[in-house]
Ligand binder design. Structure first.
Ligand code: AN7
Length: 360
């Protein structure tokens, strides 16, 4: 043991709570340990006495919460002798898989829906050197193909059906309990495959059993209205939403997530794309925090449920911001057409005039 306090990733930190051995070679990029930021302006703007924290998972090494699961999944794949991993992805899983495979020196195969993943995620996946298979089909179709091909080819699936993924992702709940000294009253997340909401619930219940916290939160999952199987009560065959990360109609953790909802006393709800984008912009412009569209569903939903009283005043709420806003520059720029940006002559007088015109 060294005396170094250098942070070396979530497996090292939580190894007693994770399925690793003392001699396991850990594949890490320093993931986890993300900021839990208390919102200072949003509660005032909605005129309610609530404490809202955002867990900024966009500050993970590849810019999303997927890194928490991927460090575990790739560590175990390598330990088991695997030379290749595979996933279907709406973008973030592919970026994380590609990065951790590069780190481990193995091959990543990723199936992504052609034209439907955000630019930053595609750039990352290319740059990390994954083998990219763009399919003429959506995530759900890709997921089915991955399951079938993994039966016949020597590749390890690193989608969240790989149980090590959820093990890694549960550590976000550990961090929150550590920082708040307790679980929050409500934990709100965007839901696609519903792996992350399941993983958080695992983390909270384990903390509670271990006596680290005395309480567990109500888990609240928000979906995009065009991709909301939990609201329909059935799989959705042609999911559509601007929040491409959660453009998923056949959630892989369907049964698990219904159990989470029931056990925790939480609920599911849905947001229109316009509400998702509005929440994304509100968070950026009133708090200085830039998340990707899918992530904003957690805050947008929480704000609505605080306003309508479903989440009562006096509550402590954590919203997970699953991915970084830089992942999807196209959607950001497209919705900021009225941004205060102008092109002027490169003269002192023009700069001065612009400043005076825009002072508030
Ligand atoms: C930013 O990358 O499924 O409910 O293939 O990227 O655990 O699926 C992404 C999911 C939320 C939903 N927010 O989490 C993929 C993928 C962001 C995401 C979700 C995703 P789950």
């Amino acid at each position: 043991m060294s005396n170094s306090t250098r942070y070396t990733g979530l497996i090292d930190k939580y190894r007693d709570h994770l399925p690793v051995h003392d001699d396991t070679r850990i594949i890490s990029l320093g993931e986890g340990n993300t900021p839990l930021i208390r919102l200072s302006n949003v509660p005032r703007m909605i005129g309610k006495d609530v404490d809202i924290y955002v867990k900024y998972e966009g500050l993970n090494p590849t810019g999303s919460f997927k890194d928490r699961g991927m460090t575990m999944a790739v560590t175990k794949a390598v330990e088991d002798g695997s030379k290749a991993i595979i996933c279907a992805s709406t973008g973030n899983t592919s970026a994380a898989a590609a990065a951790y495979a590069a780190r481990a020196g193995i091959t990543a195969f990723v199936l992504i829906p052609e034209g439907k993943i955000a630019m930053g995620k595609l750039a990352q996946t290319m740059m990390y050197g994954a083998v990219i298979l763009q399919i003429r089909g959506n995530f759900d179709v890709g997921m089915q193909l991955v399951k079938e091909v993994a039966e016949e080819a020597p590749v390890t699936i690193v989608n969240s059906i790989n149980p090590y993924r959820l093990q890694g992702q549960k550590t976000a709940a550990f961090e929150i309990v550590e920082e708040l000294g307790a679980a929050p009253d409500y934990h709100c997340l965007p839901v696609g495959n519903a792996g992350n909401i399941t993983a958080h619930w695992m983390g909270y219940t384990e903390s509670n059993k271990d006596g680290v916290s005395n309480n567990v939160p109500k888990m609240v999952g928000y979906q995009a209205a065009g991709a909301a199987p939990f609201m329909r009560g059935a799989m959705v065959d042609n999911p559509e939403t601007i929040a491409t990360a959660i453009r998923i109609g056949h959630p892989q953790s369907w049964d698990k997530a219904w159990n989470v909802q029931k056990e925790s006393g939480g609920w599911f709800d849905e947001l229109q794309d316009s509400e998702i984008l509005e929440a994304q912009k509100l968070l950026a412009q009133s708090e200085g925090i830039f998340c990707e569209p899918a992530s904003a569903a957690s805050l947008g939903g929480a704000i609505r449920d605080v306003r309508n009283g479903k989440i009562p005043e006096g509550s402590k709420i954590v919203c997970t911001l699953t991915g970084n806003g830089l992942k999807d520059p196209d959607t950001a720029i497209a919705q900021c057409k009225n941004a205060a940006m102008s092109t002027i002559d490169a003269t002192l007088s023009d700069v001065k005039r612009s400043i005076l015109e825009n002072m508030t």
